[in-house]
Design a binder for this molecule. Structure first.
Ligand code: FAD
Length: 438
């Protein structure tokens, strides 16, 4: 099916769905990275089938530009772009994250300290409105729509085509694991390396309150050996034992995928050699792990609060304060640390919150798997409140507890409303608060 035919099919579906007078949810080819489902009721909403929108349309190696449909995964894109020694500016670390999902939701990885999220490297989107109109938006054309698509979680329109920058790449990555036994030194070095920009890649793992690791990587033309963490070996554990590693660049980007960072811990034996040898092929890999957690999680945890799985963006200046609170009151490790430089405070952030953030430099703290089964404490809510207190932003990728008032103290109601009137006046794509907050 050509791109045009796919669009016509979606417009036809929209016409039929409009008569149901209910918001729709999107179905795409790959598993959604909402854990657990942000909304159980979402599953019952009428579905708009976007599965066909999964093609790479072009790579222009002269201009370093790619064009793709939103359901393409970064892994599929990378396989093709590497043929031209090119990579996207941000490559989310899980294999089945899609371009459209990363733009509408979020994307965070070790190049984010230079380039922000994937959407920050996008040049143009093609959007389908709920009336079936096609809008092309960019910095120069329909800029208000272009700016608000990131962080709209599908509530402003369907992204149907994306034009984005690509960056020159080398075939290998050399990664150093620098270890620290105290937060102060770790923090100072993290700041220093982010300012100096001598590394292509920076992320970190706080293993526990005595072991802090910085992962500092550069692309290389050759490598004396290469490591792969897609089956028998656990990447985050290797960072604590080794001083350095070399990777083929594709394997570097997916070093966290087999264990979905460390969510595999939740499944017995999955961090043991024999467990991985015999069952790894069926269980490991972010896609398998997320599917299993969606299928069995609600049954196993019946009546319990779901584990906390979320990324929170803390303004850089406030991160030491966040960490001190986190180690005392939250105390869940490993904690993934990703420095993130946005080019500006995004326009979906409320004016009042934006006025409190001095610099668009954040530390993303990724909390993946904290059990939340104490009777009198809801850790998800506690984290949400702390992030708000520190002028941070919690991604909406899992459970959200906000009151409507609090929510619109964080998100920019006026900007959402303005774009919504242009792209979805009848609210077929749902209201952001209703879609994302239980
Ligand atoms: C356990 C876990 C680990 C993670 N690790 C990483 C990581 O290492 N790196 C990283 O960058 N991110 C990570 N994430 C975050 C992830 O990138 C975001 O959740 C992202 O939004 C997922 O995109 P997806 O392709 O799975 O899309 P989905 O989860 O299916 O969708 C995300 C949002 O985009 C909307 N959407 C999807 N397609 C379209 C479209 N065509 N048009 C308009 N809206 C659309 C959906 O409605 C939804 O609201 C992680 C998330 C989890 C839960």
């Amino acid at each position: 099916m050509s791109h045009k035919e796919k669009i016509l099919d979606i417009i036809k579906q929209l016409k039929n769905l409009k008569s149901k007078n209910q918001p729709v949810s999107f179905s795409k080819k790959t598993v959604s990275h909402f854990v657990p489902s942000a909304h159980t009721s979402r599953e019952k909403l009428p579905k708009l089938d976007l599965k066909s929108l999964d093609s790479l349309l072009n790579i222009d190696p002269k201009k370093n530009i790619g064009i793709a449909e939103p359901g393409l995964t970064f892994s599929e894109l990378l396989i093709e772009s590497l043929k031209y020694n090119l990579i996207p500016a941000v490559v989310p670390e899980l294999k089945t994250i899609t371009l459209g999902g990363a733009i509408s939701g979020c994307s965070i990885e070790s190049m984010s300290y230079k380039y922000g999220g994937f959407h920050d490297s996008c040049l143009e989107y093609e959007i389908i409105t709920s009336n079936g109109e096609i809008i092309i938006c960019s910095k120069d054309n329909n800029q208000d729509i272009f700016d608000m698509i990131h962080g709209s979680y599908g509530t402003l329109g369907i992204i149907s085509k994306i034009k984005f920058k690509l960056l020159p790449a080398k075939p290998y990555v050399h990664l150093l694991y620098k270890k620290y036994n105290n937060f102060e030194q770790y923090w100072n070095d993290l700041q220093k390396y982010c300012q100096e920009k001598q590394f292509d890649f920076i992320d970190g793992i706080i293993y526990n309150t005595n072991l802090f690791i910085l992962c500092l990587g550069n692309m290389e033309d050759s490598a004396p050996f290469t490591s792969k963490y897609d089956w028998l070996k656990v990447f985050y554990k290797a960072t604590a034992k080794k001083e350095e590693d070399y990777f083929k660049i594709y394997d570097y980007f997916y070093r966290y995928d087999a264990d979905c960072h460390w969510l595999s811990k939740k499944i017995p034996l999955m961090e043991t050699f024999f467990g991985r040898l015999f069952f790894g092929k069926f269980v490991l890999g972010s896609s398998n792990l997320i599917k299993l957690s969606k299928k069995f999680g609600p049954k196993i945890n019946k009546g319990k609060k779901p584990d906390v799985v979320v990324d929170v963006f803390i303004p850089n200046n406030n991160f030491p304060q966040f960490y001190n609170w986190y180690k005392k009151d939250f105390n869940f490790f490993p904690l993934w640390i990703v420095p993130y430089r946005a080019p500006k405070i995004y326009p979906w952030v409320s004016n009042s919150l934006a006025s409190k953030i001095e610099d668009a430099f954040f530390i993303d703290a990724a909390i993946y798997g904290k059990e939340n089964n104490e009777k009198n404490i809801d850790y998800a809510k506690m984290l949400e409140d702390k992030v708000f207190e520190l002028n941070g932003i919690k991604t909406l990728i899992s459970q959200n507890h906000y009151s409507r008032t609090r929510f619109w103290e964080i998100y920019n109601f006026e900007n959402f409303k303005k774009v919504k009137q242009k792209t979805d006046p009848n609210n077929l794509f749902n209201d952001l608060y209703k879609k994302m907050v239980r």
